[in-house]
Write a protein that binds this ligand. Structure first.
Ligand code: GLU
Length: 408
């Protein structure tokens, strides 16, 4: 990877350490995860051969609760990416005010190249290699890029088989019929929208915004739908193959059906094709990166024309781009706040599993919004008070909460 996400995460930590009032020893501790594990997972392929895949789990910090964080399946995933994502999870859970620490997992694999059976054996293999360190009060994984509720179901089942634990609380993001929570699917997109609404006026955004979204996976498509349903205009979205634009606004409900049927966004009625880079440079009120790390960098930050960036992906903006955009007066609502709705509803799922309860989607969303409103307001106030950007405001809030718990 061109930009090492873990180095970027540490640069962010150093910047926050300079502004906040932190014990230097605490900051030093946070430069290493508590534990990082690499595994090799042998999988019986459909043709009878056995192929080994590289997998990871990084347990970063558990001061606030069990390690929590998703598992990413991607051909570019490596230990540096997983470490960065685990670090961000620790801060994200602290920002959201949930009793969870930070962890992350992954497998270097392009899941599209596997049959369903191979994918299931690989997922079960990840669990069997790591079952000793997982558990409702130890480490609670969840979905991330390319990992679905079905995969979480296989994993929960494998964990139960190996350990006999019947709580189902070791994996979140499961399907409803297998202990999942109402509202977990759209939670990251909805949470991002709640954070946007909490900050909309404070950031001088208009009542009705023009929005461009990079990514149309679970997070991007739900965000697009929710922005549209609330009267905002989504003019562009993208996937790995490119972006589409309609300055009059895309019909997101129709686009979701189109994408399912055609497996592409290209050719959607009334839209024209643009590149992912062009999408990032569109004139709009809110730019929503909802795909991968390192999308807005030193080389394209100056082209951004949005007033606000709402980071629904993890790590989409590099530290160099942060500085350029700060000078350009573009506010960045940072990932550890903007996408914290997902892990928050994961935490609700864990709580429901442990208590043997099932909450309605309304109950879930009623618990979600106040947590995000509170975090958004606190972060905005900190950033104004110490005259810095929202990312450093969020880091200060999270680091204060973790430090307090570790030294109490
Ligand atoms: N993968 C998601 C994230 O990056 C969700 C993690 C979770 O639900 O534990 O926040």
């Amino acid at each position: 990877m061109q930009n090492n996400p873990f180095q970027n995460a540490m640069t962010q930590l150093d910047k926050a350490a300079k502004i906040g009032n932190f014990n230097p020893e605490f900051i030093q501790l946070l430069r290493e995860p508590n534990r990082e594990i690499r595994i090799s997972i042998p999988v019986k392929m459909d043709n009878g051969s056995i192929k080994a895949f590289e997998g990871y789990r990084v347990e970063y910090n558990n001061a606030l609760g069990p390690y929590k964080g998703g598992i990413r399946y991607h051909h570019d995933t490596d230990i540096n990416e997983v470490k960065a994502l685990a670090f961000w999870m620790a801060l994200k859970c602290a920002v959201a005010g949930i009793p969870m620490g930070g962890g992350k997992g992954g497998i270097t694999v392009d899941p599209k190249e596997l049959s369903k059976g191979e994918l299931e054996r690989l997922s079960r293999g990840w669990v069997s290699r790591l079952s000793d360190i997982l558990g409702p009060h130890k480490d609670v994984p969840a979905p991330d890029v390319n990992t679905t509720p079905e995969i979480m179901s296989w994993m929960a089942d494998e964990f139960e088989k190996i350990t006999g634990d019947k709580t189902r609380a070791t994996f979140t993001g499961k399907p409803l019929e297998n202990g999942g929570s109402e509202g977990r699917g759209p939670a990251t997109g909805l949470g991002g929208f709640c954070v946007f609404e909490a900050l909309q006026k404070k950031l001088n955004l208009p009542d009705k915004c023009i929005v461009a979204i990079q990514g149309f996976g679970n997070v991007g498509s739900n965000a697009a739908r929710i922005f549209t349903e609330n009267g905002h205009k989504v003019i562009a979205v993208s996937d790995a193959n490119g972006a589409i634009l309609n300055e009059n606004g895309l019909d997101i409900a129709a686009l979701e059906i189109y994408k399912k049927e055609n497996e592409t966004l290209k050719g959607f009625t009334g839209s024209k094709e643009i590149t992912n880079l062009e999408l990032l440079a569109l004139p709009c009120d809110v730019l929503v990166p909802a795909a991968f790390e390192n999308q807005i960098t030193e080389s394209n930050a100056k082209d951004v024309k949005a007033k606000v960036i709402l980071e629904l992906a993890n790590g989409p903006t590099t530290p160099e781009a942060d500085e350029i955009l700060y000078k350009m007066n573009v506010a960045i609502i940072p990932d550890i706040l903007a996408n914290s709705g997902g892990v928050t509803v994961s935490c609700f799922e864990w709580e429901q599993n442990l208590k043997g309860e099932h909450w309605s989607e309304e109950q879930v969303n009623q618990k979600l919004r106040p947590l995000l409103d509170d975090a958004s307001t606190k972060i905005f106030d900190i950033s104004r008070k110490v005259n810095t950007d929202l990312r450093l405001g969020a880091f200060i809030l999270a680091l204060e909460r973790i430090q307090e718990k570790m030294y109490k």
